[in-house]
Design a protein around this ligand. Structure first.
Ligand SMILES: [Fe+2]
Length: 961
């Protein structure tokens, strides 16, 4: 029997039997086909025995055989497909049973039907394989199944109508006779079963011998809603099942007629792409790049660039206008382009939106559990913070006593009723408690580990210094290499450039240890230098309500037991617009009560500077923000088949989404950062200045970063080839071990695919990728020093190791200890709200300082609302979700299919496990005084693995929060 090809059912439908009538209330989208209507009508009326699934496949097998047009008919018109395209209607014999089954059946799912639904070509039937496809569609991901329910009626109806998933197998090789692409093999996959997490679609193909290896598969989603495809397994080949990892949203064909292509898990350099896939490889990249026009739609997958022109909200309030970050004036990395309309009142700015576009597969909050970070951060900002703002009426109110701060951990803050937000209690079990004998909910913070171990830790000078080496901002401490300390700023604007920290002051503080000259010569003086970065913003920030600023320098001395001792803090205010000259004072930790109190005030200012630098530069700019252009370029220039794409992919997960959320609610105008950090609305601008003055690609790798700060020198005889300026520098010691472990893995990986430099030079995708990162994503710094060439495997190893380190080790070091160290804010206030009591004080200010210095200090500290907002955010940011993906824990599917890579990954995993033991041993060795001792929190931030929760350890693959 011969049938016409095509999707229409025959009008002479066979008799169908079923026991279940279909609901008359079901809707049938696109039911405009007479044949379908007739078919459904028959189906509704008759009484039958089979299940609907059996019926569908029976109908399909008897009425329809699919033969495909050539590959990718709906893709963008690059080069046209081969001339063997079969545009006419052909006829094929219908097969009712598999002709040949050469390999065992998949054990994944019990497929209902054994009917063959697609064949390769009539001439190959005798020598063909029966190949079974199982498509796993995730149901907990929203999209189609979340709205209908997996056992709902409509999906069965759409199944009955053939509106399911249309699959097309693509041959990896061209037809050797014609040199053209082979015809694809098409088949409809129907729902075959389900479990709690997924629905399985099944389909059978007859694959003729001459079809060769399957290299890719087209998927067309016939539903009206998108679906999240986890993977497709093709079983029946002699070599075993073929896995195609998707982990991707497939749009409805009604939203976008382009078919999706998924390649097999195997990697290929561009020049080694199987001949049948070359066109698809190129076309897929063209699709992902988009055309740079129009507003992006939520289902799109386009990766493109834009400047940071969406931080302000000028349409809501003129005061919320913010400068564009990116460009000559304020160089900045690029973000993902959303194409939203311009603001009405400021044409430089993009208008605001509640939902910010990121390419569809970057929206992980729709496929991860409820504890996924982006969701929890969103909930804190949208539900918890407004509740706090309601609970704390006076936004300027500080804490009246230190014991009032303790109450946050004991009694908590009464919140307005959260009945309608009951999910918050589930979302933040650490934060939201219900008082059982009252109807109120309270926000009660967990006591940070630092406080648990030592109630007075924050008060100690040694701890203040230790945290520069083992706290959450170990990226700022630097060796003093020049003397005197001098500003490079214009003295006509900022006043005399010489530091007020003199040799005499230093010698007074290090008396008994050595002279000043010996200290310089022996490299014993270290510094936190926030002078030239902050000074140009002091007068601007002081115009803002409720904050102030200084330029600052803090000096430390390295004692013989390898611990740092704070020596002096210098605070500087430049000349003011109303004619006051530069104000500059040095404070030292002396014993007299006045000096001691002033030292505490000065320390509060420096800690606020360090908190700002940590959050805006070490954390946001250098990890979240700098990585986004890498992600965009990787998706635009490297095919999913590219081995470097596969290597980097897990390190880029979740980052674009969390960055979009940060642009929306954390670093935006009037957002959490601006309202709680000293620089206020200049916060992000400061991060742009830091990018301009300090950021270099080659300094993002740990060894070069340490060398640039004078914290290490090259030494071929030393471990890691570096001699540290402070031997007990916990971040550097653990970080270098992790860096080397990552580098070894990357080296093994890169050397496997690039055994010689010629392959690097001839890899056009790779070269375009690196060029785009340098000249577009980080284009504002394209002429800056520090960009390595990409000519040799070792160049590539360095570049990739740097990116991996930034996304994993660097981010973990500055992120997951935030609640531990800043949860008790006197240890790291984010803002110092009042100037030093002796800088041009009013009588009232002076009296307050003399009579009640503690109250004056609490007034300088963050207000109640500022402190609690930051604590809630930091608690969430420091949290590992139960499904956290740790570096080296699980391999990517593509790594597993390549034995050499799989073995290298196993070694990588083993090294990371060893690192755990090394770090544990270091933390219990009392000779390492910067990480071990009475009341000291051990340094575990670079320990690779962790349990869920706020643990102060664990290095995820990527920047996910
Ligand atoms: Fe982060």
């Amino acid at each position: 029997m011969y049938m016409h090809l095509g999707r229409n059912f025959s009008s002479s439908s066979p008799s169908i039997k079923t026991t279940r009538p279909i609901s008359k209330t079901s809707s049938y989208p696109s039911l405009n086909n007479h044949c379908l209507r007739q078919l459904l009508s028959t189906y509704t009326i008759l009484s039958f025995k089979n299940t609907p699934e059996t019926i569908i496949t029976t109908i399909m097998s008897k009425t329809q055989v699919h033969q495909s047009p050539p590959a990718s008919p709906n893709l963008v018109p690059l080069s046209k497909p081969s001339s063997q395209a079969n545009n006419g209607i052909a006829s094929l014999p219908v097969q009712s049973a598999p002709a040949l089954q050469k390999s065992p059946r998949s054990t994944q799912m019990g497929l209902v039907s054994s009917t063959i639904e697609a064949v390769a070509s009539p001439s190959t039937i005798e020598n063909s394989l029966s190949v079974k496809a199982v498509v796993t569609v995730k149901t907990s991901a929203g999209g189609f199944f979340s709205e209908l329910g997996i056992s709902g009626g409509i999906d069965k109806v759409t199944d009955l109508m053939g509106k399911t998933l249309l699959l097309e197998l693509v041959s990896a090789e061209l037809d050797p006779k014609t040199g053209q692409e082979k015809r694809t093999i098409k088949g409809y996959a129907h729902k075959k079963g389900h479990n709690e997490e997924a629905v399985m679609y099944g389909c059978k193909f007859k694959v003729g011998e001459e079809f060769g290896e399957v290299g890719a598969i087209f998927v067309e989603n016939e539903h009206h809603k998108e679906m999240y495809l986890k993977d497709i397994v093709l079983d029946g080949f002699v070599g075993g099942p073929l896995n195609i990892t998707c982990n991707s949203w497939v749009h409805s064909k009604y939203d976008n007629p382009q078919k999706r292509v998924f390649f097999t898990d195997k990697c290929y350099l561009p020049t080694e792409t199987p001949s049948g896939l070359r066109r698809l490889r190129e076309e897929e990249l063209v699709i992902l790049r988009g055309n740079g026009q129009g507003e992006r739609k939520s289902y799109e997958r386009i990766y493109d660039y834009d400047v940071y022109n969406d931080l302000g909200n000028p349409d809501s309030n003129g005061d919320k206008k913010r400068p564009v970050l990116g460009g000559k004036e304020l160089p900045y990395p690029r973000r993902c382009r959303t194409g939203r309309p311009r603001s009405k009142t400021d044409l430089q700015s993009e208008s605001r939106s509640e939902s910010i576009y990121v390419p569809r597969d970057e929206q992980f909050s729709t496929i991860k559990g409820l504890t996924f970070s982006a969701k929890t951060v969103y909930s804190v900002v949208h539900a918890l913070v407004p509740s706090l703002e309601t609970a704390v009426v006076d936004s300027d109110l500080g804490f009246p006593y230190f014991t009032a701060i303790d109450e946050l951990f004991n009694e908590g803050v009464n919140l307005p009723p959260l009945q309608k937000q009951g999910f918050l209690k589930d979302l933040f079990p650490r934060l939201i408690k219900t008082i059982t004998n009252a109807s109120e909910d309270v926000l009660r913070f967990e006591t940070p580990e630092t406080m648990i171990r030592d109630r007075f830790f924050w008060f100690s000078e040694e701890e203040f210094a230790r945290q520069t080496l083992a706290g959450i901002n170990p990226y700022a401490i630097q060796l003093v290499t020049e003397w005197p300390l001098t500003s490079e700023l214009d003295p006509r604007i900022y006043g005399p450039p010489e530091s007020a920290i003199t040799i005499e002051i230093i010698e007074r503080e290090i008396k008994g240890f050595m002279t000043f000259n010996e200290a310089i010569k022996q490299k014993k003086l270290f510094m936190l230098d926030y002078h030239d970065l902050l000074l140009p913003y002091v007068n601007k920030v002081r115009q803002l309500k409720g904050t102030t600023l200084y330029g600052s320098r803090t000096l430390f001395f390295l004692t013989p037991d390898e611990t740092l001792k704070p020596l002096a803090i210098e605070l500087t205010r430049p000349p003011t617009d109303d004619g006051k000259p530069q104000w500059k004072q040095v404070f030292t930790p002396t014993c007299h009560s006045t000096s001691m109190w002033l030292w505490r005030f000065a320390k509060a200012h420096v800690l606020a500077h360090d908190s700002g630098y940590h959050q805006l530069v070490s954390h946001w700019l250098r990890t979240h923000c700098a990585t986004e252009p890498y992600i965009i370029a990787t998706n635009r220039q490297l095919s999913e088949m590219h081995p470097i794409y596969k290597l980097l992919h897990p390190h880029f997960r979740y980052t674009m989404e969390i960055n979009a959320l940060a642009r929306g609610y954390l670093v935006n105008g009037d957002g959490i950062i601006e309202t709680t950090f000293s620089p206020g609305k200049y916060s992000m601008e400061l991060s742009a200045v830091a990018y301009d003055k300090q950021w270099q690609f080659d300094l993002q790798g740990l060894p070069n970063d340490l060398i640039s700060r004078g914290m290490a020198v090259k030494d071929p005889t030393a471990p890691h080839g570096l001699k540290l300026a402070i031997e007990d520098y916990p971040f550097a010691n653990d970080g270098l071990l992790l860096w080397d472990t990552i580098k070894e893995w990357v080296t093994n990986y890169v050397n496997h695919y690039y055994p010689d430099p010629s392959r690097i030079a001839s890899d056009k995708e790779l070269q375009s990728w690196w060029t785009e990162i340098r000249t577009v994503g980080h284009g504002d710094k394209k002429d800056a020093p520090g960009w390595p060439n990409l000519k040799t495997p070792s160049d590539l190893i360095h570049i990739v190791t740097t990116m991996v380190w930034v996304a994993s080790g660097h981010h973990a070091a500055v992120n997951f200890g935030q609640y531990t160290y800043a949860g008790y804010f006197p240890n790291r206030p984010t803002i110092a709200r009042t100037k030093m009591p002796i800088e041009d004080p009013t009588e009232e200010e002076l009296k307050m300082f003399w009579d009640k210095p503690e109250v004056a200090l609490l007034t300088c500290f963050p207000s109640q609302i500022q402190a609690t907002k930051v604590m809630a955010i930091l608690d969430v940011l420091s949290n590992h979700s139960p499904d956290e993906e740790y570096l080296g824990q699980d391999p990517e599917p593509a790594w597993k299919v390549e034995p050499v890579i799989n073995a290298a990954f196993e070694r990588f995993h083993g090294r990371l496990k060893e690192l755990e033991g090394v770090i544990d041993a270091r933390n219990t060795d009392q000779k390492f005084k910067n990480r071990s001792g009475a009341g000291i929190v051990p340094y575990e931030l670079l320990k690779p693995f962790s349990e869920p929760g706020v643990t102060g350890k664990g290095v995820p693959y990527s920047i996910s929060i």
